[in-house]
Design a protein around this ligand. Structure first.
Ligand SMILES: Nc1nc2c(ncn2[C@@H]2O[C@H](COP(=O)(O)OP(=O)(O)OP(=O)(O)O)[C@@H](O)[C@H]2O)c(=O)[nH]1
Ligand SMILES: [Mg+2]
Length: 385
């Protein structure tokens, strides 16, 4: 028996019947999507309700990676309205050059206030970070690169909204350090979303490394997520190819693949797939999960280790060595003394011999005695006077 379905049931349908069937399937699909969307919204609201306050979500990524477009897309999905809240460019030069905080609370549709969930997040748009800015570690500060310095300041809420970030990047690039800035705890970042465009085959590895370090190695540990933008430009269509991309990027950022959203940002001139709504809502639901939080890590206090047995032994050995060195000194001093006396005797003998040779016997005996006196008393005692 042949298991393959040849579609004969559809072949027998008229065009009109086929049209009705297609419409029916579409309606069923839409109903299913609506109910799924409702469910995800319910979960998101539950998560937002459980938060202590609105989360500050920072979007980081390379120049033109779709950060601003993603923010506009999220706003559209959450509020139902599209507006270019943050300026979108053409990926050829920096469009976002300041820190821009978009408070979703303030953008909520006025007509649906009763349904407004609490603690709607604040999305933070920022300047595109070039991968090159993660390779210029200054020797004076060890491993700090331009990007890591800037990310660190933003994460800790030290950058004011009107700050010229292009100027800051240039100054860091010249090896200059910023003067002490005060931290605003209400502006500190609670989650990071890294935007990576799907159409770019090169993953900005150095930038990702800097983000990873600033988010996980520093004292304030911030959960990291990723959005792979421009999926509509990606030619890898089969589902398993997309999943491969998700896994590859997750590994590069060192996060769980579940924290990676594959997305096509909303484009005003292109049709919008409602399925995107659900995946973006699910993604926001995960970022606003009350169990996934920042950890302000404490550092243990340490003291110097006690002197170990081995150290004690080496200390005793060292002191005995120094004693040996002392003994060595006296030994040498004694030898020098012997040498000096021998030398004196030899000189005296030579004087004696000289006097005897010149037949001055009296001088010879007295001269010898005077030399001895000089050596023994340290004074020149003329015995012949
Ligand atoms: N096809 C497509 N184009 C996108 C998508 N996301 C962004 N773009 C386009 O990519 C370009 C750059 O987008 P932006 O949102 O300005 O990127 P950015 O990261 O904010 O750029 P900078 O602020 O300059 O760093 C714009 O032309 C967008 O229309 C997407 O998902 N699909
Ligand atoms: Mg931008």
């Amino acid at each position: 028996m042949n298991d393959t379905y040849d579609g004969s049931a559809y072949k027998s349908l008229s065009t009109e019947e086929l049209k009705i069937l297609t419409e029916q399937t579409r309606t069923e699909e839409m109903a299913e999507q609506m109910s799924k969307k409702k469910e995800v919204w319910k979960n998101l609201k539950r998560n937002l309700k459980a938060l202590k306050g609105p989360r500050n979500i920072l979007i980081l990524g390379d120049l033109g990676s779709g950060k601003s477009s993603f923010i506009n897309t999220v706003i559209k999905v959450l509020t139902g309205r599209y507006h270019s809240y943050v300026n979108v460019g053409n990926a050829s030069c920096h469009i976002t050059t300041c820190l821009q905080r978009i408070n979703l609370e303030a953008l909520w549709d006025g007509g649906d206030l009763a349904n407004k969930p609490p603690n709607l997040p604040v999305l933070i748009d920022t300047i595109g970070l070039d991968n090159q800015g993660s390779t210029n570690a200054s020797s004076a500060e060890g491993t700090s690169t331009t990007n890591s310095k800037l990310i660190n300041l933003i994460i800790n809420g030290k950058i004011p909204e009107d700050c010229d970030l292009l100027h800051a990047i240039k100054s860091f690039g010249k090896g200059r350090n910023v003067k002490e800035l005060s931290a605003d705890k209400t502006k500190a970042v609670d989650a990071i979303i890294v935007a990576i465009p799907a159409d770019n085959a090169i993953i900005p590895q150095n930038l990702l490394e800097d983000i990873h370090k600033q988010a996980t190695v520093e004292k304030r540990k911030v959960p990291v997520f990723c959005v792979v933008t421009k999926m509509d430009k990606c030619t890898t269509d089969p589902a398993d190819e997309k999943e491969k991309k998700r896994t590859e990027i997750a590994a590069a950022i060192r996060i769980d693949p579940q924290r990676v959203l594959l997305c096509s940002n909303y484009q005003p001139n292109k049709p919008w797939d409602d399925k995107e709504d659900i995946s973006i809502l699910e993604f926001m639901c995960l970022i606003c999960d009350p169990h996934i939080t920042v950890i302000d890590s404490q550092r243990l206090e340490f003291e110097d280790p006690p002197i170990e047995k081995d150290n004690e032994q080496s200390r005793v050995q060292a002191s005995s060595e120094s004693e040996i060195l002392g003994a060595d000194f006296w030994d040498k001093a004694f030898r020098w003394a012997i040498l000096a006396v021998t030398l004196a005797v030899v000189v005296t003998l030579m004087v004696h011999i000289k006097n005897i040779w010149s037949k001055d016997y009296k001088k010879a005996s007295l001269g010898g005695l005077n030399t001895y006196c000089l050596i023994l008393t340290g004074r020149n005692t003329p015995l012949d006077k």
